[in-house]
Design a protein around this ligand. Structure first.
Ligand SMILES: Cc1ncc(COP(=O)(O)O)c(C=O)c1O
Length: 399
C-alpha cells in the first residue's frame, strides 16, 4: 500500500488551520474578574494579590505562596532565598527551559548539570549522585512536561551529599496540580516554583509563584519581589517604609491576580481535561512502531503540561526536523521541548566542554516532538494529531 501524499508535498492537509501546541483557556468569568479589577482602586499589587496567594497555598497544600511577575522572577527569588555564596554550584537538568539554569547564574552561582532518565526525561538521581561535588549547594529538579521528578530518591542523594543535606528546589513550571506518591506538587521539595504563563496549566498572563512551608523564606521572597521593602503599598499606614535588602520589582498586579483567582477556580477542570486528552494520546500511541511516549512512574499523576513523543528514528528515513515540518504542513502545531540548556550558544561559550556529557538528554533531544495539548482541545483534535502522526510516519518509514 503506498503512503498518502503529505501536505508538505502538495497533498491535502489533515487540518486546514494550525492546531497550536498550547493555548490559554479564558472564560467569560475570567474576563469579568479582570474587568472588575480594572475598575477597582488597585492596578498594581493590592488586596487581590494576597487573596490569590492564599488561594494558591490552599490549592497546593502549602503554607505560603508568594506571587511573582513571572516564573523566571520566581525562580530568581527562590535561588536568592537559598543565600548561596558566590561560586556555589547548583545541580540541575539540561532538559529544561534556559530560565532554570539562568536563575542559578542570576545569584552568582554556577549551574552544573546531571543527565536525565531515558524513559521519563526527568533528572536521574544516580546521575545527580555521580555529579555531586564539594561545592554543590543545592539541587533544582524540573517536573518536565508536568511529571513530578523523583523527589524521594533525590532527597536520599541530597541528604548524603558531601556538602551536607542540600536544599531541593522544584521547578514546577509545568506541574501545578500533579502528584507523586499521593502528595501534591508544592509539598514534594523544599521550595517549589510555578509559572503562570499562558501556555501553562493556568495563567495570569505572565506570572509565577514560590511555594514554601517556611514563614521567614516567604517574608524574604515578599521583600525580594518588592525592591527589598518590608511593607507593600496596600499595607502601609504612612509614608515610611524600610528597604532592608536588595530587591527587584517582580510584583504581580491586582489585574493579573484577578485572572489568577478566576483561573484557580477552574484548575480541577483544566487538569481533568488535560488528563483525559493525554490518556487518549497514550491509548492511540501504545506500542506505536514509530515513536515512544514519555514513561510515567506508577506513583505519579502528571498534570500533562506537555505531551512529548520520542521518534524511533531508526525506523524512519528522515530526521526529526523533516517530521516536524511535515506535521506543521498538516496543520499540527508541533514544537520541541527542549534544546538541552548546555547546547545554547551562551552556555557553550561559558562551559565549552559540556557537549556529549549528557548523552541521554542529547540523544532524546534529537528524537523529541511536543504534540498539541491544552485544556480546551477536543477528542477530535487529538484524533487529528494522531492521524497526522500516522500519515507522516508512514510516508517516512525506512526500508
Ligand atoms: C521549566 C520552566 N522553568 C521556568 C520557566 C519560566 O517561566 P516564565 O515563562 O513564567 O518566566 C518556564 C517557562 O517556560 C519553564 O518551562
Amino acid at each position: 500500500m503506498s503512503a498518502e501524499r503529505l501536505a508538505i508535498d502538495g497533498g491535502t492537509p489533515v487540518r486546514t488551520s494550525l492546531l497550536p501546541y498550547a493555548r490559554q483557556d479564558i472564560s467569560d468569568d475570567d474576563v469579568a474578574a479582570v474587568a472588575a479589577a480594572l475598575r477597582s482602586d488597585w492596578l498594581t499589587t493590592g488586596p487581590r494579590v494576597p487573596a490569590f496567594e492564599e488561594a494558591l497555598a490552599t490549592a497546593t497544600g502549602c503554607r505560603h505562596a508568594v506571587a511573582f511577575s513571572s516564573g523566571t522572577a520566581a525562580l530568581h527569588g527562590a535561588m536568592a532565598s537559598l543565600g548561596l555564596a558566590r561560586g556555589s554550584e547548583v545541580l540541575t537538568t539540561p532538559m529544561t527551559f534556559a530560565a532554570t539554569a539562568n536563575a542559578i547564574l542570576y545569584v552568582g552561582a554556577e549551574p552544573r548539570f546531571a543527565d536525565v532518565n531515558s524513559g521519563s526525561l526527568l533528572l536521574d538521581p544516580d546521575a545527580v549522585a555521580a555529579a555531586l561535588a564539594p561545592a554543590t549547594r543545592a539541587l533544582v529538579a524540573v517536573d518536565y512536561a508536568g511529571h513530578p521528578a523523583d523527589y524521594a530518591a533525590l532527597r536520599v542523594v541530597a541528604d548524603a551529599a558531601p556538602g551536607g543535606p542540600l536544599p531541593i528546589v522544584a521547578d514546577a513550571a509545568h506541574s501545578l496540580g500533579a502528584t507523586r506518591g499521593g502528595r501534591p506538587v508544592g509539598t514534594l521539595a523544599d521550595l517549589t516554583v510555578l509559572s503562570l504563563h499562558p501556555a501553562k496549566i493556568m495563567t495570569t498572563g505572565e506570572g509565577g509563584a514560590v511555594l514554601t512551608e517556611d514563614r521567614d523564606r516567604a517574608a524574604f521572597l515578599r521583600r525580594f519581589r518588592n525592591h527589598g521593602i518590608g511593607t507593600e503599598l496596600a499595607a502601609r499606614s504612612d509614608w515610611t517604609y524600610a528597604m532592608v535588602q536588595l530587591g527587584y520589582n517582580y510584583r504581580l498586579t491586582d489585574v493579573m491576580a484577578a485572572l489568577g483567582m478566576s483561573q484557580l477556580a477552574r484548575l480541577d477542570g483544566f487538569l481533568a481535561s488535560r488528563r483525559r486528552l493525554a490518556a487518549r494520546y497514550r491509548a492511540a500511541f501504545a506500542g506505536h512502531w514509530a515513536l515512544d511516549v514519555q514513561a510515567v512512574a506508577p506513583d505519579a499523576d502528571p498534570s500533562w503540561h506537555l505531551f512529548v513523543v520520542l521518534l524511533r528514528l531508526d525506523r524512519l528515513h528522515v530526521d526529526r526536523a523533516a517530521v516536524y515540518h511535515a506535521l506543521r504542513a498538516e496543520g499540527i502545531g508541533v514544537n520541541v521541548h527542549y534544546i538541552p540548556v548546555h547546547r545554547h550558544s551562551f552556555y557553550r561559550q561559558r562551559y565549552p566542554d559540556l557537549e556529549g556529557r549528557f548523552p541521554v538528554a542529547e540523544a532524546a533531544y534529537e528524537r523529541l516532538l511536543t504534540l498539541p495539548l491544552f485544556s480546551a482541545m477536543t477528542d477530535r483534535d487529538v484524533d487529528d494529531v494522531v492521524a497526522a502522526v500516522d500519515k507522516v510516519t508512514a510516508a517516512y518509514r525506512a526500508g
